[in-house]
Design a protein around this ligand. Structure first.
Ligand code: URA
Length: 236
């Protein structure tokens, strides 16, 4: 691989900015300054140092973001801020996108990646990974909800949902809800079908990956290889 390609892809910067950094001597290959943008490197073996920091080669980027209220899950939006705009520059690689959407007013775990094949598998109806939400309700949850949600509810007259697991918490107006699919406004519509209303919604888990509780609203971090290996846990 050419060094300018490596620097541009891994650093989330343009090819011409990468060339400028090379010209300025900011890039080392195995401890030696590289001066030529077309120098060839082996991304698996060579140690590349960008501005004093060793950068391990990652073919794909996997990020967890703690999405705040008011931000859109899209790659581009003319009016509102998007989840991608919240990421630090070195996470903003070409081709990254949110794998699965949350509503503008929903908070919590958004999985962002440039690995299209993994995102596709994750979102495919037959592979749907579990998604866990903390749901705050207008009125206290009723005992009957557990049964109702487990039975596979019908929403908006004719849309059938897969069985969902509802767990009561020590607050009567807060429940945890685990879904295996991602229909449009699904949690809100299920709660409406149950005669209640969602006042706050936060996603806290996708498959076996839990939202890092130390991430403040708007913060993101890379998903570790260990965490990623648990993505497919808990699949039905
Ligand atoms: N269900 C909803 O209603 N909204 C979301 O953002 C996610 C699940």
């Amino acid at each position: 691989m050419r060094i300018d390609k490596f620097v541009s892809e891994q650093g989330g910067i343009s090819r011409s900015d990468a060339k400028t950094m090379i010209r300025k001597g900011q890039i080392l290959v195995n401890g030696t300054v590289v001066k030529s943008a077309d120098a060839k490197i082996d991304p698996e073996k060579d140690i590349i140092t960008i501005n004093g920091k060793d950068v391990a080669y990652r073919q794909f980027m996997y990020i967890m973001l703690n999405k705040p209220d008011g931000v859109i899950c899209a790659t581009r939006d003319g009016l509102s801020e998007t989840v991608l705009e919240l990421l630090p520059p070195d996470f903003r690689r070409k081709g990254i996108f949110p794998a699965g959407r949350l509503d503008k007013d929903t908070e919590g775990f958004v999985f962002i990646t440039d690995d299209g094949a993994l995102a596709h598998r994750m979102l495919s109806p037959k592979n749907h990974v579990e998604k866990e939400y903390i749901v705050t309700l207008e009125k206290p949850a009723e005992e009957g909800y557990i049964e109702l949600f487990a039975s596979g509810m019908t929403i908006d007259g004719d849309e059938k949902c897969l069985p969902a697991k509802l767990i009561m918490t020590d607050r009567p107006d807060v429940v945890r809800l685990i879904l295996h699919e991602g229909k449009y406004h699904q949690v809100k519509r299920m709660m409406e079908a149950a005669g209640n209303r969602v006042t706050h919604l936060k996603r806290v888990r996708m498959g076996g990956i839990t939202l890092d509780p130390t991430l403040a609203s708007g913060e993101s971090r890379e998903i570790t290889a260990e965490e990623l290996s648990h993505l497919w846990d808990n699949m039905e």
